[in-house]
Design a protein. Structure first.
Length: 456
């Protein structure tokens, strides 16, 4: 059975640096070119594009196989993609100059590769060599720190349409030699391109990291850079059971407003995409009043306001956050539907008569006792048949996964007094103890889900 007219397999098996592989020869660039060309030619319904593991032909990569004919292409480059799409996918004729028809030679090469690989792995195992997976995990912070430093220094904006290391160093007030080392590392990571002494942004870095781009994420990503030093205190935090008191605001050049702005921008970076999912999952029927606790950028209230012109939202957040919330709400054009209330959700009265109370990415900041108190007070603030909605990373019952939720729990350990990721069992128990008549989990695409409690 062939549900698609064509099924293309492109090898993307990663291997240690210096070892021949399809990715080292450019298979990811080929994959991207195929994806774009297939879409442009309107062939999406007819072609399934799939990545695959090693085919044992690493010296001939990038390797691609096209079914149902079973045509093997070798040494494919992005510049070849248009010809493959036109000649093979549209014309039904393989591109002979790229095809490999010597089946015996292919099989011999693949078998030899497999034997060498197994022998090498056996030798590593006997010698007690640290597995690549563990080695990469241990050094995984190198690329991350490189990118975060580039964002802190605004390197990508400084590079612009092209600049030398000396020019970049001058723009960002950095040592030219050290700036060159950072720029070269960014080239190695595929985040910059280099020609002679000149560096240029890739299309990806220009889109996401350069000031003025409509998709610029730099401000939001600076929140991750800001909490880097807290993650360096993880060992001491595990020993003590809580975060180590250091002032992250000093890392934002003593500008507390900049630190807060970066934090809210970081939250907005995730929330703007998830907010419509939450609105769709909850629906707007019968919803007239919403209380958005710790609403931050206001993304969820904004999404509800846009989905339902009759809804009125109220965002309760800290006094230093509310002016930033006002900016996002104003930009979205929903100021008439969204009221802002500066305050503290741990202390302030919530009010009453709300159809929905939302806690989006909030509960992980608080202790079990604080969350239970919020839930109890929420039951009093909801109208009959009202709902309390928690969106968060939800741990498995044994708390050993999913991976992002488990790691995020450590993020809360180093950044809060008593926060953590919690399990569905815990949220269910707290809501039922608070008096919610019905509690359900609603799964969403992505890493976080909803726990919804309904009052009588």
């Amino acid at each position: 059975m062939e549900p698609f007219r064509f099924h293309l397999f492109v090898c993307t098996q990663q291997k240690p640096e210096g070892v021949p592989s399809c990715p080292a020869s450019g298979s990811f660039a080929v994959l991207g070119a195929l994806d774009r060309e297939i879409e442009v030619r309107g062939l999406d319904p007819d072609v399934q594009l799939t990545t695959c593991g090693c085919m044992g032909l690493c010296d001939e990569g990038p390797v691609m196989v096209a079914y149902p004919a079973g045509v093997w292409y070798r040494r494919v480059q992005p510049s070849d993609v248009s010809e493959i799409v036109d000649t093979h996918l549209r014309g039904g004729k393989p591109v002979d100059r790229l095809g490999w028809t010597d089946a015996a030679a292919m099989k011999a090469m693949s078998v030899e590769h497999g034997e060498k690989f197994r022998a090498a792995m056996a030798a590593r195992e006997k010698a007690g060599v640290l597995p690549d997976r563990l080695d990469q995990m241990i050094r995984g912070y190198w690329p991350s720190r490189c990118l975060l430093t580039a964002l802190e220094l605004d390197i990508f904006t400084a590079v612009g349409d092209g600049a030398t290391a000396e020019q970049v160093g001058t723009k960002v007030h950095a040592n030219a030699r050290a700036a060159g080392m950072l720029l070269n590392a960014l080239v190695a990571l595929g985040l910059l391109a280099k020609s002679g002494d000149d560096y240029k942004n890739t299309s990806e870095s220009a889109r996401f990291f350069v000031q003025g781009s409509k998709d610029n994420h730099r401000e939001g990503l600076l929140h991750t850079a800001n909490i880097w030093h807290r993650w360096s205190t993880l060992t001491d935090a595990v020993r003590s059971g809580t975060r180590i008191p250091i002032d992250l605001r000093k890392d934002a050049r003593d500008d507390t407003s900049a630190w807060t702005r970066n934090f809210i921008a970081g939250m907005q970076r995730h929330a703007k995409d998830r907010a419509p999912l939450v609105v769709k999952a909850l629906g707007t029927a019968g919803v007239r009043r919403i209380l958005d606790l710790g609403g931050g950028s206001g993304a969820y209230s904004i999404a509800f306001a846009k989905a339902c012109p009759d809804v009125q939202c109220e965002i309760l957040d800290l006094p230093e956050v509310v002016p930033l919330t006002a900016e996002y709400v104003s930009q979205a054009g929903v100021s008439a539907q969204v009221r802002l209330r500066p305050g503290d959700m741990l202390q302030d009265d919530f009010g009453s008569g709300y159809d929905i109370i939302m806690l989006n990415a909030i509960c992980h900041m608080f202790s079990e006792e604080q969350n239970q108190d919020i839930f109890r007070r929420a039951t009093l603030a909801l109208a009959p048949k009202g709902r309390l909605v928690v969106q968060d990373f939800i741990l498995n019952p044994d708390k050993a996964g999913p991976q992002q939720a488990a790691l995020f729990s450590l993020n809360m350990l180093v950044n809060t007094d008593a926060g953590a990721s919690y399990s569905e069992v815990e949220y269910m128990r707290w809501m039922k103890a608070a008096g919610f008549a019905e509690v359900n989990r609603v799964n969403l695409p992505g890493p976080s889900d909803l726990i919804v409690g309904l009052v009588k």
